[in-house]
Ligand binder design. Structure first.
Ligand SMILES: NC(=O)c1ccc[n+]([C@@H]2O[C@H](COP(=O)([O-])OP(=O)(O)OC[C@H]3O[C@@H](n4cnc5c(N)ncnc54)[C@H](OP(=O)(O)O)[C@@H]3O)[C@@H](O)[C@H]2O)c1
Length: 284
């Protein structure tokens, strides 16, 4: 199968490109190769390449989306629509990623969000991502919308991606203990996305590892998996609070996800987040 990936230099895009290249013909396009906000460029590129599947991994991130609403609309809504329209025109399929920030995150300890919960985004990133989902669905019936949450893997400089490496190196880390979500190991995300695509059942999916945690709990488990003593872990992790962070964009507090469509389709449950983290830190 020929797969075209947009935003291919990002966390998910880069892992996806490497993984898919083992079995498929992959056209991995970075932002420099294709700007998805350029409708004419998208049309020409897709019509020329004629992929069977496009996976859109391009995004404008959370704080940037708050600071630059016009750019957020272009990257998170208009670009996905251009891609979905181009996909429809060649009779292909599209996977488009979205986020737990579709939801409001209240109250804490509520049941995990499913596709039956009404989106209620708190920030412009969430609002444009929800609008982007709708744009893709409206433009292309052969679409898979995949909401995921707190994704980690090698190659990105984010808390979840680097905390294990930092603790191993004896570096102090600051970990937030008052927001919760599902975490997602990028390798598990990719395998599940391809399994979903294989079912041929278009729709909206939630793809995350099982369970819920804070950044602090994630760091704690990473420390344990590395074999550090509790005293050592406590000396390296400085607890901090979301409510004290001076964020550009507000974050929802409690956004674990659950995938009812995967359950209906009989796909096995995603493994627990601790098992996925164990593999990531090398003790799986
Ligand atoms: N990572 C997570 O924790 C997480 C959680 C929930 C949902 N998601 C979703 O997963 C998807 C991928 O996220 P990610 O974490 O892999 O993002 P990422 O690491 O920030 O990568 C996004 C990529 O998109 C590129 N990009 C930005 N504007 C573009 C444009 N106009 N045209 C083409 N490419 C453009 C960026 O390139 P430049 O940097 O060069 O601009 C970057 O390489 C997104 O839909 C996101 O909403 C991610």
């Amino acid at each position: 199968m020929k797969i075209l990936i947009t935003g291919a230099a990002g966390l998910i895009g880069s892992h996806l490109a490497r993984r898919m290249a083992r079995e498929h013909e992959v056209l991995a396009l970075t932002h420099g190769d294709l700007d998805i906000t350029d409708g004419a460029a998208v049309r020409h590129c897709v019509a020329d390449a004629k992929p069977a599947l496009i996976v859109n991994c391009a995004v404008l991130q959370v704080d940037e989306s708050e600071q630059e609403p016009g750019k957020a609309q272009a990257v998170n809504v208009d670009g996905p629509r251009f891609l979905a329209e181009a996909v429809r025109d060649i009779g292909a399929e599209i996977v488009h990623f979205s986020t737990q920030y579709a939801f409001g995150g209240e109250p804490v300890a509520r049941p995990p969000y499913t596709i039956h919960d009404e989106p209620r985004p708190l920030n412009n990133y969430g609002r444009t991502k929800v609008a982007g989902e709708a744009a893709v669905r409206a433009a292309c019936a052969r679409s898979f919308i995949v909401r995921t949450s707190w994704v980690y893997g090698s190659g990105k400089n984010s808390f979840l991606c680097t905390v294990a490496k930092d603790l191993k190196a004896g570096k102090t880390v600051r970990a937030i203990d008052d927001i919760w979500s599902s975490t997602t190991y990028v390798a598990d995300l990719i395998e599940r996305v391809m399994a979903i695509r294989g079912t041929g059942r278009y729709g909206t999916y939630h793809v995350v590892n099982d369970g819920v945690c804070t950044y602090y709990e994630f760091a704690l488990v990473a420390g344990r998996l590395l074999g550090l003593t509790r005293d050592r872990i406590d000396s390296l992790i400085e607890i901090t609070h979301e409510r004290d962070m001076k964020r550009v964009a507000v974050r929802p507090r409690y956004t674990p996800l659950r995938c009812v469509l995967s359950e209906q389709l009989g796909l096995p449950p995603m493994r627990d987040w601790r098992a996925a983290l164990a593999e990531y830190v090398g003790y799986g």
